[in-house]
Ligand binder design. Structure first.
Ligand code: ADP
Ligand code: MG
Length: 452
């Protein structure tokens, strides 16, 4: 049996005055679906899982299991099994007893042997059943933990970063095994990770979270191709998408350009529907996003329809074997997205001001910070975050690596550092985000539907 899980405007506060660790979270997981919950550390993923499992009370909103309100259902009545990052095995029990433990709790008189053996066979751990967890490798231990979770044949699987403590090589193998196992069992699975590559390779659907807030849910390829905001665009994909500050110029009698600083992209006429939508951004700061595959090395005369020229100066080349990533200076200003790796923990209390007024030191620090040139920060959502200031003074020469564009090329091209290289940008692969960080190009479906 497998179950549908849905959350409706679910929030969690750890303590009355604490901010929301999970903030009005709404998501439906179909029976048998494999959903990956992805986000940087501290964004509230484990909290969501623990609320589903019944290990954490829900502050607000509703959890439904098969359509029925389950906020107050006892954990053991939810028929949910959970697998944790740290394996959480009983060290003084053999692996056999660890796997059989949930069965023993369920029905002490049943002969657990056959089910434990079948589970162990499925996971390829028959040989280690009579040893203790401490005698196993990390990979084997996590297989035992998985065994314990599946032996009971739960209706729902919750996995909280189960592969984080396992080394890279084995991780890929276990990842494939988990995918196969859950598919065979057809059990609804919610899998938590902070690793976008893992999320993309595993999930039927991926839900991206940030700061307690759900950002976007979709199939991996849709999230990659059409990120709804700048955070999702930056969080998904390796190498990270190039994000450049730009300004739209749309003169009445001229071509529309996206001014990147020292160079600009001129949009071809007639403008596509998406590019027409950029007209309303005239004079406003925006952010241009280009994935490394959106730009190629080529002369203007080699441009295909929809490609526009740019020039770059080679800074360095990352040789990757099957390809190379060329870092080029193009004289633009990078846009930096906050919270990608090390966010301010959502649950941590705000720093208090020292007693006796706002504090001179604080004021001085703020003043100094305002005058330091450097990449500005784009934020998405959360009114309390520092706003994006496109007009902050910025001197590319003082920020190493600034303004660089990473371009994917074949491995056989040898480019000398400092060389000037002609580039062609594919406009079909160009993203534009407004100053709130929302994607405006390619236009979201609801914008395309309406009159401009
Ligand atoms: P993630 O799993 O995405 O790393 P968590 O759900 O563990 O994030 O944490 C989300 C936020 O809630 C963090 O800011 C964390 O500090 C806070 N938090 C988590 N558990 C507790 C707890 N038991 N008490 C107080 N704050 C907590
Ligand atoms: Mg966690």
């Amino acid at each position: 049996m497998t179950r549908a899980i849905s959350l409706h405007n679910v929030s969690k506060r750890y303590g009355r005055a604490a901010p929301r660790a999970v903030d009005r979270f709404t998501l439906s997981v179909e029976p048998g679906e494999f959903l990956v919950l992805l986000g940087p550390s501290g964004c509230g993923k484990s909290t969501v899982l623990r609320m589903i499992a019944g290990l954490e009370a829900i502050t607000d909103g509703e959890l439904r299991i098969d359509g029925e309100r389950a906020n107050d259902m006892l954990p053991r009545d939810r028929d949910i099994a959970m697998v944790f990052q740290n394996f959480a095995l009983y060290p003084n029990m053999t692996n056999r007893d660890n796997i059989g433990f949930p069965l023993r709790v369920e029905n002490p008189r049943e002969d657990r042997g056959p089910r434990v053996d079948a589970t162990a066979r499925k996971l390829g751990i028959e040989d280690v059943l009579d040893r203790y967890p401490s005698q196993l490798s990390g990979g084997e231990r996590q297989r035992v933990a998985m065994g314990r979770a599946i032996s009971r044949r739960p209706s729902v699987f919750l996995m909280d970063e189960p592969l984080s403590n396992i080394d890279a090589k084995l991780r890929n193998q276990l990842r494939a095994e988990i995918a196969q196992l859950t598919q065979e069992m057809g059990v609804t699975t919610i899998y938590v990770t902070h690793d976008q590559a893992e999320a993309m390779s595993l999930g039927d659907r991926v839900a991206v979270m940030r700061g307690g807030v759900l950002q976007q849910t979709g199939a991996p390829r849709d999230i990659y191709a059409l990120p709804e905001n700048i955070f999702v665009a930056a969080f998904i994909g390796t190498p990270r998408i190039n994000l450049l500050q730009a300004v739209v110029h749309a003169p009445v009698n001229g071509r529309m350009t996206l001014d990147l600083g020292r160079q600009s992209l001129t949009l071809p006429e007639p403008l596509s529907v998406d590019h027409q939508l950029l007209r309303i951004q005239q004079g406003r700061p925006i952010v241009v996003g280009l994935r490394s595959e959106a730009t190629r090395i080529g002369l203007p005369s080699q441009a295909r329809p929809g490609e526009v020229p740019l020039t770059g100066m080679v800074e360095h080349t990352d040789y990757q074997g099957h390809e190379a990533l060329v870092h080029l200076g193009i004289g633009s200003r990078p846009a930096v997205v906050a919270d990608l790796e090390s966010p301010r923990p959502v649950g941590s209390p705000r720093r208090r001001r020292p007693r006796g007024g706002p504090g001179v030191l604080g004021r001085l620090k703020e003043l100094a910070a305002a005058q330091i040139p450097g990449p500005t920060t784009v934020t998405v959502g959360g009114p309390e975050r520092r706003p994006y200031d496109p007009y902050a003074s910025y001197d590319p020469s003082r920020a190493p690596g600034a303004g660089s564009l990473v371009v994917r090329t074949g491995p056989h091209l040898w480019l000398q550092r400092g060389a000037q290289v002609p580039l062609l940008v594919d406009l079909a692969q160009l993203y534009v985000f407004d100053h709130h960080g929302r994607r405006i190009c390619p236009a979201p479906a609801d914008l395309l539907g309406s009159e401009v």
